[in-house]
Design a protein around this ligand. Structure first.
Ligand code: 0RA
Length: 648
């Protein structure tokens, strides 16, 4: 624990606005009222506890999902102040809980770095909950107050004595506000894991009391990291082969900006860069990422030039080449972060570029000095990357030029649709020529195109880029979709201006092999056509698993529960006679009409929309699935549930 920082009492908290606004426009404060918004409430409460940790007063945080659907966050921080707020003549606890923006960020002694994107204050959680209970251990006592939809229903009562300090917040999210009230264990676990890496030394415990195992114990996990970002990078690269023994680690502070970075090179070809500002993921990067990239290029370029390795290699280098096979996490703590961009996922503070570049550059230079063999390995890899990029560009240009020469000809295997309005058009990427044939017969040719893909497409996670453009199936996808890769200042950009179909549907068998092919195709999209996923163009078709029939009546079923219900429905009295349950293993078992009815007809079909909800989780999964190690892959495919089911 750090030194005592002068106590922060009730007088530091100012009042700003009321809570009605939050209930009227919840989206403005927490983004949305869906499952994402629901979890935003949790992040908000945890952020406050994390602030206590950052201030040096909190070592343990526990999150409990309660049986009754409420959620509790317990911390051993200082406890929310309970003294009288002079101006408002109310307990500070009541002020913090019921007045918007009345956090603790009002004088400059209080160094609050968490929040930022969240940062709407715990009062928002109160406003959007049908009930909240706050329990504070402080000044020798246990204090409690309760609220309903943001309004106190009790006084701040002293209900007992305690020598400890800390805060316990329990909230029941309001069904009038949220579309769903169900907290997701995996979502909570992923965030707590991330927070443990970002805040080394902090214990984060998660317990789910809704579900008990066969011994009657709740599901629970503790997240704790001694090594912080170093361990984060190892976790991300779990299924890759490292180039150097251990991650390079940087920690420094300049002008009140804390910079922490860990980086590792692996034998692969992808760049995996994750950045955070005040513990919040910045998906779209920003000035801290820019500073990091600048340092990487500057330091390795100098090393390559000074050592003569670059002159000898005679290659043109670009910034990207320095980051091939690089996995890095950049975490900065900035006192007053400015978030930019539509989703506020980008850091805007311009002073941060120079600070990060300087801190990382200095540390890297020393590292390379002290570890010359690592330096050489990395620079040699950079040279290989530059050569490969050159080869990839040539291969790509060849494919793209050929297209132009043949009049932009579409692949011979494509059965195109007649509509030319991309908004209405759909393309089905179908595994195998035989299922492709059935789909061609079954489709509505006005707006549905079929592109059969032969067997397993290339595993792009393991292949070098130029090999990808040699692959027939991949070339077909580029030309059929009408998208192309362009290079701007050394960076590859996917041009989707001429996208020919706004729905791209992956249609594979509903078995393990089928889901393997789905993941292969998705890996390809994730790596090379990510904007199509980001813009919501990619879907996975879900063929039914069963056809339950009795006489001329029949029903398609997508899961076990429906199958059972269908069988029950056809069971007269105790008699289940003449009920036939057909299990569909592959698309090939359906005729054209059945395929249309169940999987392609917009009125009946079920699609899963592919999204990048949690970029680095997805990234890790893809690497795990397609990387060097096999065992984690199967487990994932079998548990495969990363994609939300939607009806389209
Ligand atoms: C305002 C001021 C101080 C702490 C907090 C709020 C606080 C809020 C939460 C929410 C969950 N856990 C929390 N822990 C603390 C500073 C207190 C001081 O100076 O003693």
């Amino acid at each position: 624990m750090s030194e005592q920082k002068g106590t922060y009492g009730a007088e530091n908290i100012q009042a700003l606005e009321g809570l009605e606004a939050v209930r009227k426009r919840p989206g403005m404060y927490i983004g949305s009222t869906d499952v994402k918004g629901l979890h935003h409430l949790v992040w908000e409460v945890i952020d406050n506890s994390i602030d206590e940790h950052l201030a040096g007063y909190c070592t343990h945080i526990e999150v409990v999902v309660n049986k009754d659907g409420s959620l509790t966050v317990v911390d051993n921080g200082r406890g929310i102040p309970v003294g009288m707020h002079e101006k408002l003549q109310k307990s500070a606890l009541e002020v913090v809980m019921t007045i918007l923006h009345a956090g603790g960020k009002f004088d400059h002694d209080t160094y609050k770095v968490s929040g930022g994107l969240h940062g709407v204050g715990i009062s928002c959680v109160n406003a959007l909950s049908q009930k909240v209970r706050a329990e504070v251990r402080r000044e020798g006592k246990i204090w409690r107050q309760e609220y309903e939809r943001g309004k106190p229903t009790t006084a701040v009562d002293a209900i007992g004595e305690s020598k400890e300090t800390g805060t316990i917040i329990t909230f029941w999210p309001d069904p009038e506000i949220f579309e769903t009230l169900e907290f997701k264990y995996e979502t909570l676990a992923n965030r707590l894991r991330e927070l443990s890496y970002l805040n080394s030394g902090l214990y984060l415990n998660l317990r789910d009391d809704r579900e008990l195992d066969e011994n009657g114990n709740p599901k629970q996990e503790t997240f704790f990291s001694e090594g912080g970002l170093r361990e984060f990078v190892k976790f991300l690269d779990e299924s890759r082969t490292p180039l150097i023994d251990r991650p390079i680690y940087v920690k420094a502070k300049e002008d009140n900006v804390e910079v922490e970075v860990a980086l590792q090179y692996n034998t692969g070809y992808q760049e995996h860069l994750f950045s955070f500002v005040n513990n919040i993921s910045t998906r779209d990067g920003g000035t801290h990422e820019a500073g990091f990239k600048r340092a990487i290029t500057r330091i390795f370029k100098k090393y390559g030039d000074d050592s003569g390795l670059f002159t000898k290699a005679k290659v043109q280098l670009s910034g990207e080449d320095y980051r091939e096979g690089l996995t890095a996490v950049v975490s900065v703590k900035v006192p007053e972060p400015q978030f930019k961009g539509q989703t506020k996922g980008e850091l805007g503070n311009s002073e941060v570029v120079g600070i990060v570049s300087q801190c990382v550059g200095d540390a890297l230079a020393i590292y390379l000095e002290e570890n010359p063999s690592d330096a050489k390995k990395i620079v040699e890899k950079v040279i290989i990357a530059a050569r490969a990029r050159d080869a990839a560009r040539k291969a790509r240009e060849l494919v793209q030029r050929k297209n132009i020469l043949t009049g932009g000809g579409l692949p011979g295997k494509l059965a195109d649709c007649s509509s030319r309005d991309p908004k209405q058009c759909e393309i089905y990427l179908v595994e195998g020529d035989s299922a492709g044939g059935t789909a061609k017969q079954g489709r509505d040719r006005n707006f549905q195109a079929i592109l059969p893909l032969r067997g397993k497409i290339l595993n792009v996670e393991k292949a070098m880029e130029h090999r990808i453009y040699d692959n027939e199936e991949i070339k077909n996808m580029f030309t059929a979709l009408g998208v192309s890769i362009e290079e701007k200042e050394g960076a590859r950009i996917l041009n989707i201006d001429k996208l020919r179909y706004h729905k791209i549907v992956i249609m594979c068998d509903a078995d393990i092999d089928g889901s393997h092919i789905v993941t292969l195709i998705l890996t390809f999209f994730f790596r090379y056509m990510r904007p199509l996923i980001e813009n919501g163009h990619v879907f996975i078709a879900a063929p039914p698993l069963y056809r339950v029939s009795k006489g001329t009546q029949f029903q398609y079923c997508w899961n076990e529960i429906d199958r059972q219900a269908a069988v029950d429905g056809y069971t007269v009295g105790e008699k289940a006679a003449n009920i036939k349950v057909q299990r569909y293993k592959g698309l090939g078992e359906m005729n054209a009409e059945q395929l249309w009815e169940t999987t392609m007809d917009p009125d009946n079909r079920v699609f899963r929309k592919v999204g990048i909800d949690d970029a680095h989780e997805a990234d890790r999964y893809f690497s795990m699935l397609m990387g060097d190690e096999v065992p984690p892959r199967r487990a994932f495919i079998e548990a495969n549930a990363k994609y939300a089911r939607v009806d389209v």
